[in-house]
Write a protein that binds this ligand. Sequence first.
Ligand SMILES: NC(=O)c1ccc[n+]([C@@H]2O[C@H](COP(=O)([O-])OP(=O)(O)OC[C@H]3O[C@@H](n4cnc5c(N)ncnc54)[C@H](O)[C@@H]3O)[C@@H](O)[C@H]2O)c1
Length: 383
Amino acid sequence: MKKVRMGIIGAGLRSGIAKHWHDPNGESVVVGVADISEERLEKFKENINPDVFATTDYRELLKLEDIDAVAITSPDHLHEEHAIAALEAGKHVYCEKPLAITVEGCDRIIETAERTGKHLMVGFNMRYMNMYQTMKGIIDSGVLGDLKAVWVRHFVGYGGYFYYHDWHGNSKNTTSLLLQKGSHDIDVIHWLTGQYTKKVTAFGSLDYYGGDKPNSLTCPECDLKDTCPDYSPHTLIECAFREEIDVEDNNMVLMELEGGIKASYLQCHFTPDYQRNYVFIGTKGRMENSELDGKIYVKTRKSNSWQENSDVVYEMKKTTGGHGGADPKICRDFINLVLYNKQPLTSPSAGRMSVAVGCAATESIRAGGKVIDISQESTVTNI
Ligand SMILES: NC(=O)c1ccc[n+]([C@@H]2O[C@H](COP(=O)([O-])OP(=O)(O)OC[C@H]3O[C@@H](n4cnc5c(N)ncnc54)[C@H](O)[C@@H]3O)[C@@H](O)[C@H]2O)c1
């Protein structure tokens, strides 16, 4: 195979990454797309490839023998069905995060990939961002000593717009936003420490979004649109204060990882600013990032080595491409996996473990903070 012929399931916002795969003179080309919405299919044709095979039934896409690989960018609760069907049809699969909305769902996908011998890659694009790759390099250099404590705060400014105006706000589609949004952060905690979580306890609640508005209400037709702080006129227009919303909008998770590492994770969807703040503390030093300043600060303590003489500030270089330059890189890595069997920075096992922690933390929240052990059973073990 010299060129990977790709199909996309789910032509919504995330399907924009297909532009990184549609390169008729390069090593991949997008030849098919499936979505239940005709409108979304038309938009996809306009944006990516007007000659693409388009269908409202993803099974028709999977029947095409000349498609080698499928990217799954449908809503989370459909990843399991779509990924398994694609693998069974003999396609390699790139699946957006979260891999599935249950641990059992992840295990079924991984088992199908192993049985069919097809590649499965999870869309953890944070692993491809300059900032988190640099933080990984700093930790691996040993300058922080043995990691013992991690503190992550995710301020999801615009969280209302992206998560409460459509399917994301209902637990039947996501389990909770700890999987949806948090699966990235939980994965980065696992990846940077090199350890998986053993147990969690968590507290959280729905304090700002949700309410008693009818499920059918949309922003453009709402009487309160002139005064509502969450009025949203385009694309994501379902009322953010509708009855069916049942996923927590602020969460605090405490995690115990292998190797005696403790981690805490805060996610809040009604903050004014958008940023992730990560702190890693080891026996020799402390590292903290600022996404807003594009900087990583490393402070060292007395260690009887040259490193105690200086603290270091890393400045991120400018990147181009979505998500801090990560999207073109992760798309290229999927092609390298399919064509050259080059292992990407992510693994199905890591996808499964972040879902396991997100699900356990959600269970803990909904059981009043109960400590939950993380199911470690998986057929794949690489982090
Ligand atoms: N890695 C990242 O940075 C990142 C960023 C955004 C979204 N995502 C992930 O991408 C996925 C899609 O998110 P989105 O924001 O594009 O959502 P979206 O709602 O904009 O798009 C989902 C699309 O799937 C379609 N769809 C629904 N049911 C379908 C079915 N049965 N068959 C085919 N298509 C169907 C919808 O019509 C819609 O067009 C989610 O899992 C999300 O977590 C990842």
